[in-house]
Design a protein around this ligand. Structure first.
Ligand SMILES: Cc1ncc(COP(=O)(O)O)c(C=O)c1O
Length: 447
């Protein structure tokens, strides 16, 4: 290694290079250019460490990917061992050891009737693949009229164009309107409130009845619509909609990119439902966020629809499909669920947060909060209960201020998202709750 590369980078020089050369995702650079970026230099467990050595609780699990924590010895070792064998080889015409082992393990742990694994490298690509599989399956089953997709209002399934077509967050998606295919939108509640759900359900069922013959599939984020601001519906609401979708001949795609790998309390949110999926999309926590890895799981019925003559082939694949390093990380991560009893910890931390949030919900600046497992949204409001003017960017400023209390958060509008890594400790949850309380009190003083 050269002397040059051993020199610690000065944080201000790094920030300068960032402002000069980088284009950040979902970021307005007119604002970014004015800000002092937090430079993450290392990490450990549920904590991020900046270039000055300050520690922060990773309160959104590095964009919802963290399960077992940063620099987990088992995941580190799995990747290092794989590096000594082969870093990448293609799954087009070849196979490899970690991709095969991970597929077998995933199917053992996934809900029935999932039986096949198709890899890609992002949640969005996992969704594209599920949409194309559903469409092609229907065509090959002789249902040429089934060309449309039903999806939830406010849905978020990623940023590639197919995923955007089945999305419903105007601020992200509206500009691309002319490029998108049309979909059938179904209503969803903000909170899983029975009276609201009963009303919306009638509307959703009537739409499915009317559009049923044209539907290839329905795609949903089960139980929690994360990017929409942690909107939540009940299992009963979703079961009724999925049962109707199946009745009218649509395939069921569960997008568990955010809810998968223990987030909602069970390994997959699908386990809390009565209606089984035909296809599932996985990403984020699959590799504990170490390497870009995603998977689309299919039932044997779907897979068999592609077996036969060459024209039935699923003509889709990405260069890094089944990357051995990423898959080796994935195998280690799945084994850890059993070895570390990860879901037992999730239940305990979810209960702790539930109690803490109940106390905080009385605060004048909390309009409401929603929680399923370790997926939480806290809606901020003015002292009189009214929403803040979105232009004030109160949620962003609130989260930014919590860095002084050693917590990194990223909001969705004025909804503060709490999604710590599943390995978060009891003491770290106390830190998170105390930081929130401090932030709310500071907000009160500011008003
Ligand atoms: C439910 C859901 N689907 C898909 C995606 C897209 O995943 P990626 O950002 O890895 O493309 C996300 C990302 O947040 C998501 O929450």
């Amino acid at each position: 290694m050269s002397e040059q590369s051993n020199k610690p980078e000065s944080p201000s020089a790094l920030a300068e290079s960032d402002r000069r050369f980088l284009w950040h995702p979902f970021t307005q650079h007119a604002e970014w250019q004015e800000s002092e970026p937090l430079v993450i230099a290392s990490a450990e467990g549920a904590e991020l460490i900046d270039s000055e050595g300050r520690r922060y609780l990773d309160g959104v699990a590095s964009l919802w990917v963290g399960v077992h924590g940063h620099r987990h010895p088992k995941v580190d070792a799995a990747i290092k061992a794989q590096l000594d064998r082969v870093a990448h080889s293609t799954l087009l015409g070849l196979t490899n050891v970690p991709a095969t082992r991970l597929a077998e393990k995933l199917i053992q742990m996934a809900p029935a009737p999932m039986s096949r694994v198709f890899y890609s490298d992002a949640g969005s690509t996992a969704v594209e693949i599920a949409l194309k599989m559903a469409f092609q399956w229907q065509q090959q089953a002789g249902d040429a009229k089934r060309t449309r997709f039903a999806r939830f209002e406010h849905a978020y399934h990623g940023d590639t164009l197919g995923a955007v077509s089945v999305g419903g967050i105007d601020i992200f998606h509206q500009v691309y309107g002319p490029l998108l295919f049309e979909t059938v939108a179904l209503p969803t509640p903000l909170h899983p409130d029975p009276a609201t759900e009963a009303k919306l359900l009638q509307q959703a069922l009537a739409t499915l009845e009317a559009e049923g013959e044209a539907l290839a599939a329905i795609i949903v984020e089960p139980l929690v619509q994360g990017a929409a601001g942690m909107r939540m519906h009940s299992p009963a609401y979703l079961n009724a909609i999925l049962a109707k979708a199946k009745e009218v001949g649509a395939l069921v795609i569960l997008d568990e990119v955010a809810t998968g790998f223990g987030r909602t309390g069970t390994l997959f949110a699908a386990e809390q439902l009565e209606v089984a999926p035909d296809l599932m999309c996985l990403g984020k926590g699959l590799s504990n966020g170490y390497l870009p890895l995603a998977a689309t799981l299919a039932s044997e019925r779907i897979f068999q629809g592609f077996v036969g003559s060459p024209r039935k082939t699923f003509f889709h694949g990405h260069t890094f499909t089944g990357n051995p390093l990423a898959c080796a990380a994935g195998v280690a991560c799945l084994e850890l669920f059993e070895e570390e009893q990860t879901l037992v910890g999730v239940a305990a931390r979810a209960r702790q947060l539930e109690t803490g949030l109940k106390a905080l919900s009385a605060h004048a600046h909390v309009a409401a909060h929603r929680q399923r497992g370790l997926m939480i949204g806290v809606d901020l409001c003015q002292g009189n209960g009214e929403a803040f003017d979105p232009r004030a960017r109160t949620g962003a400023r609130f989260c930014q201020s919590l860095r002084a209390r050693g917590v990194v958060l990223r909001p969705l509008g004025d909804t503060v998202v709490l999604m710590p890594p599943l390995c978060v400790s009891e003491g770290q949850v106390v830190q998170l709750l105390e930081a929130l309380k401090w932030g709310l009190e500071a907000l009160e003083q500011e008003q």
